[in-house]
Write a protein that binds this ligand. Structure first.
Ligand code: ZN
Length: 318
């Protein structure tokens, strides 16, 4: 929403009792299977006194899609030998739910070393061991596109700068693929060959109003998350995601005191969600659910988690 008077709870939905509802944090940990590719998550708003109290940089969403292992599909098997003279049309048909496997085995860059003194951090989604975080594949470039509608002045540069920062602290490599008119929704397909060709759909970043994205209700200024895909018993890996930023509140934030730094911090927080960080209760960290002027960049705990998220497995078969 905006840096409103903390005493003014009118922007938050009131429960029947008139109190601010206790929202449930579902960081999608342990989400393993369809049907819904996305599980919504809204961070609990913590009301604190101060100018920025209630300005939530909240809402991580994550999802999972389980693909069928190629060895279990007829298309992976050799078709009967074509008769001599027939066209060589016996290539197994490719699956239609994923791009050509990357085949990439070498990380594009070394993950940064975590700070010597760690700190509080958490992850949105874990592998089956319950400990290893799900991450993007460090062997492939993460493509992103912008939906330009309603971008506030300076908003695009804000996003590009924040992407550079998240790349720096994860070792993951991002590239900007340009603009899209694809609707910004967490229901989007992770593979859209008609729009993006033979690759996983790029990360989609855009600006929305609360009316367009109900997750931005009240003081929530951003929502972000990624979809994890697994193949057979292989590891889950994020292949695409979305970042929704509040087109109404950002101009107000940017126009406020320390606006540029605070706005950048909010975008960084959302990109933290995108690559797999969850909220923490430690208000020294950027992944605390509220924006604060005192913390506008990643702290030690955030950086520790981000380094781990840059060191995920390469999954060449996807
Ligand atoms: Zn958040």
């Amino acid at each position: 929403m905006h840096p409103h008077d903390p005493e003014d709870a009118g922007h938050l939905p009131a429960s029947p009792s008139g109190r601010v509802p206790q929202w449930v944090l579902q960081e999608a940990a342990g989400v393993t299977a369809p049907p819904e590719p996305w599980r919504g998550a809204v961070a609990p708003p913590r009301r604190r006194r101060g100018l920025w109290s209630g300005l939530l940089v909240a809402a991580a969403v994550a999802g999972a899609v389980a693909l069928v292992d190629p060895s279990e599909l007829p298309w992976a098997q050799r078709l009967p030998q074509a008769s001599p003279g027939l066209p060589a049309s016996s290539e197994p048909a490719r699956p239609t739910d994923r791009p050509t496997p990357s085949g990439l085995l070498v990380p594009l860059g070394p993950p940064p070393l975590p700070p010597p003194v760690g700190g509080t951090h958490g992850f949105t989604t874990f592998q089956d061991d319950g400990v290893t975080p799900v991450a993007y594949d460090p062997c492939r470039t993460i493509h992103y596109v912008l939906r330009p509608d309603a971008t506030p002045p300076g908003g695009e540069q804000l996003v590009h700068d924040a992407v550079l920062r998240i790349a720096d602290v994860t070792g993951l490599v991002f590239t900007f693929d340009g603009y899209t008119d694809e609707p910004l929704t967490t229901e989007r397909a992770v593979y859209q060959p008609e729009r993006y060709g033979d690759q996983w759909a790029p990360v989609l970043i855009g600006w929305q109003t609360e009316a367009e994205n109900p997750a931005l209700v009240g003081d929530v200024v951003g929502e972000a998350g990624s979809v994890a895909v697994s193949l057979g018993e292989g590891p889950r890996v994020f292949v695409s995601g979305t970042v929704s930023l509040d087109s109404v509140q950002f101009p107000e934030i940017l126009g406020g005191r320390d606006g540029a730094a605070v706005a950048r911090g909010i975008v960084l927080h959302e990109l933290g969600h995108l690559v797999g960080l969850a909220h923490v209760d430690d208000d020294a960290e950027l992944m605390y659910p509220e924006a604060r002027r005192a913390v506008t960049d990643f702290s030690a705990g955030d950086l520790t988690g981000l380094a781990a998220l840059g060191a995920g497995p390469c999954v060449p078969e996807l």
